[in-house]
Design a protein. Structure first.
Length: 309
């Protein structure tokens, strides 16, 4: 019997603290219009721990899926901002949710959630019935709030999905993963330290990485961009998203966007955008969704999902 990996539950976790562009302009040489024009970001959420945001998102996802803690066979947490160096934050999330399964962190930066999709799919093909996949970040802990080039970009948040094995065709149709370690110097954070980024170089590389990941995922799924109902990209910069979409030949009406109110939440951005689109009624059964991530490393990843929750 063939096994397919379907999304059956989803949820997000967001901090209560909202920092607007106007608030940042009081301490930085910037303005709301400057930030919006160059990034598309109007505000960002800040606060909480990676664990607390992951638990919030996961609790909602499990409620939507109608599953109990004992039903989850594996927990995968994609994060670049664990609460501690040791142990993995996933084990603290596992304990808080009352799970009794394996738990692990993965760090592929902003591509982490799509990397996690492929890993969860592999576990389901190997016999797991349900995997809880989370992207959660508290990037504000690693920002220099006096550095305009990074302080305006990032936020905190989490998104989670429950993935379930099924004999019904659909679900995850394809995925692709890539990394180019020669570009790791473009975005990094030392231990201890704050996030450093070469914005212009990242922009050029990110557009190409996103485009390449999309083409490879489409090819593996044996479909074209015209078949896609919604593009769900990593929410880093609206100009990156729009440029890549234009090169792919997909219109703005087919793009999921939460960047304006979340900022860049790294591995949490794709699941947050997915959940937002689902809750706004932008996703219907049978729709093909194209997920694309890129980030520090430089990592990139793409996936095609056939929705049928």
């Amino acid at each position: 019997m063939n096994r397919y990996t379907h999304v059956v539950g989803w949820g997000i976790g967001t901090p209560e603290r909202v920092i607007t562009n106007d608030e940042l302009s009081r301490t930085l040489d910037t303005s709301d219009s400057w930030i919006v024009e160059r990034t598309g970001i109007k505000e960002r959420r800040v606060g909480g721990s990676t664990k607390s945001l992951a638990v919030e998102a996961s609790t909602k996802a499990m409620e939507v899926a109608g599953v109990n803690p004992e039903d989850i066979d594996l927990l995968i947490l994609a994060t670049t901002t664990p609460d501690r160096t040791i142990p993995a934050t996933s084990v603290t999330v596992q304990e808080a949710l009352g799970l009794s399964c394996g738990a692990m962190d993965i760090n592929a930066a902003c591509s982490g959630f799509v990397y996690g999709l492929s890993m969860a799919h592999g576990q389901i093909l190997a016999g797991a019935n349900r995997v809880l996949l989370i992207g959660a970040e508290t990037l504000s802990r690693f920002l220099n709030w006096e550095d305009r080039s990074t302080a305006v970009l990032f936020g905190d948040g989490a998104g989670a999905v429950v993935l379930e094995a099924s004999d019904e065709p659909g679900g995850l149709l394809s995925y692709t993963m890539h990394a180019d370690g020669s570009l790791e110097h473009l975005i990094y954070c030392d231990i201890p330290g704050t996030i450093f980024m070469k914005g212009r170089e990242v922009f050029r590389k990110a557009v190409q990485a996103m485009e390449d990941a999309c083409h490879k995922a489409l090819e593996k799924a044996d479909c074209s961009i015209d078949d896609i109902s919604l593009l769900i990209p990593h929410q880093a910069n609206i100009r990156i998203i729009n440029t890549a979409a234009e090169r792919l030949g997909i219109g703005s009406e087919k793009i999921a966007e939460v960047l304006s109110w979340t900022g860049n939440t790294s591995s949490a951005s794709i699941p947050t955008a997915l959940v937002d689109a689902v809750e706004k009624g932008r996703v219907a059964d049978g729709d093909l969704l194209l997920l694309a991530g890129f980030g520090a490393g430089m990592t990139s990843a793409g996936a095609v999902l056939k929705w049928g929750a």
